[in-house]
Write a protein that binds this ligand. Sequence first.
Ligand code: SAM
Length: 332
Amino acid sequence: MNQDLIALLTCPVCHSELHWTIHECNGERVEEAEAHCNDCSADYPVHEGIGVFLTSDLPRHDLWEEAGGGLTAYLHEHPQIEQKLLESSLEELSPADQFFLAMVLEERGNYGQARTVADLARAGMYTKEYQDCFKSQIDYVTNRVSIQDGPIIDLASGRCYLVEQLAQELSRPIVATDFSPRILRRDRRFFQFLGLADRVSLLAFDARCTPFNDGAVKTMTTNLGLANIEEPGRLLDELRRVISGELSAIMFFFPDDDVANRAAAEKLGISAFMFRNSTLRLFDEAGFDVELKNVCSGRALPTPTSDLLEGAGIDALPVAETELEWCTLVAR
Ligand SMILES: C[S@@+](CC[C@H](N)C(=O)[O-])C[C@H]1O[C@@H](n2cnc3c(N)ncnc32)[C@H](O)[C@@H]1O
């Protein structure tokens, strides 16, 4: 993480000042350090450049740990399937299996080939309209934040599709964040491979309990991140506390009368930000002014399942064909 970030950070539990002991730096970057809160006695390490501000009170349903660990364990138990994944020609693999192959290649540090395979997989997994709407939002947010200044804090960054474009195209400092240390370790290796590691800081924290001082964040972005975070009310109260500028959140909404996808989203406990009306109500209740920008729509289909890995799937939603409304939600 970049050392300039230290001025923005506070104890995520009690919001008291942190006392830093820095063990190792690389230029402007803090590689190994410890931040201690005198008030609640909590310690937050920086290890291999990743600042870890996770708190013990919030249960974490870390799908990257489950899926990544699960894939590694499964292939370890079924070496013939790993061999088939690695030795089949790409045309022989279904899009879902191409995606799993990309994950295996990444685990082995082969980022260049993994990128090619993942791009091919995405082209087969998503409709053309889905891909066009997605790209349109990423471009819109990149343009929007290009005229602001200071660090960009990206929430629930996952595999960093948005962060990558921001880092490629802008000269602003960027902070990728997620509550999964596993995906952030992958992101660190990926940005090192791209030669962008100096441009991106990595912080692990739960979006419902962030380590930022009140009003410290002038620019926050998120690409399809909000919908995956539990307890939407608590999340928005926390974002209201830390944002003094603007949040640009890439979202898609299901139609209100989409019974099948509504039922599936409710069952997963992630329906709040999947529908336009409930999203607008929640932001209003948290005290934000909201505008929906760059609205576009396109057909979406359930993502295909794997042929090789016992029907393993990619995205949990949609479960049935639908028309998604995409936008960048701008909240101030
Ligand atoms: C669909 S991904 C977002 C895609 C990503 N923004 C991108 O551009 O590639 C959702 C992410 O939310 C993260 N997440 C879920 N709950 C979270 C929470 N409470 N706090 C922080 N991150 C969370 C997950 O680990 C996952 O990486």
